[in-house]
Design a protein around this ligand. Sequence first.
Ligand code: GDP
Length: 317
Amino acid sequence: MFFRKSSRETPEKKAGLFERMKKALGATRENLVSRIESVLGSVPAIDEGALDELEGTLLAADLGVGVTDRVMTAVRAAHKQGEIASPDAARGVIRGQLLEILSVSGPDGVVGEAGIEVWMVVGVNGTGKTTTVGKLASRLAGEGRKVLVCAADTFRPAAIEQLAVWAERSGTELIRSRTGGDPSAVLHDALSAAGARGADLVLVDTAGRLHTKSNLMQELDKMRRVAGRKIPGAPHEVLLVVDATTGQNGLAQAREFTRATGVTGLIVTKLDGTAKGGILFGICQELGIPVRFIGIGEGLEDLLEFSPESFVDSLFQ
Ligand code: GDP
């Protein structure tokens, strides 16, 4: 397992983080849970009519067809067994299903002798990739990792400069080339530098757009191979950044990147101020890939380690 739970979190800090997440998820809670509550709250007992209404509500709340089917199958089965006579019991089944969907485990990894982990961060332009690399660098450096950032999005003119600012803010080292340079060559240089400078984690920002989509997927694949040749087992993580505000589109992107780049984890950004956070359940259910972090704002601190329990609690409490 490459991800270690942060050891810095005191109970007070955890409570603060939970409150921030709860606040950021306000619109999603309104769209999803408040609607469920209003169906369940309006019926004295669960009957066929209430079940139909519940199904329509889940579909309307950006959960997608797959998640709705799964949740409703469980709710109907429990109803048949006479287990959910009350709205409260129905709420418990829904909550349990949603939690199970998010509780996907990731790959178990072993870091080779070089002692260097490589995490590639991939995703469509505008999803928040570069910002997320900056936030990750800051967070992980703060936890004592020796982080080196590789600016391999050489296609988008502003990306390298933007990353340089983030790296400076987080006090981490940056390996870059000029705009238009070869991303795999920059990665190669960064991995050599990591060895020479004693870094233990290389975060790689990648392009979200090249001349064509197949160019992009080929380039990302090439980068994977370059990383693996330089450091056995690399990349240890391929983290896909998905913008929650894009709803079902985000799911389509996730499918495509997963096919081409072997995504091992998700980072869902912009959960603040969107009602479409339910997309997170759809992606986990369909792709079986765990969410690692969530973005809840534009600042350096606005990246939270993901916990399925806290996420579901913050929606249902
Ligand atoms: P990239 O093209 O994928 O590298 O995307 P950028 O990192 O340049 O981010 C695009 C925009 O999204 C910027 O304005 C960021 O500040 C913003 N952004 C990134 N993450 C978040 C987030 O979690 N919440 C909000 N509200 N904005 C974000």
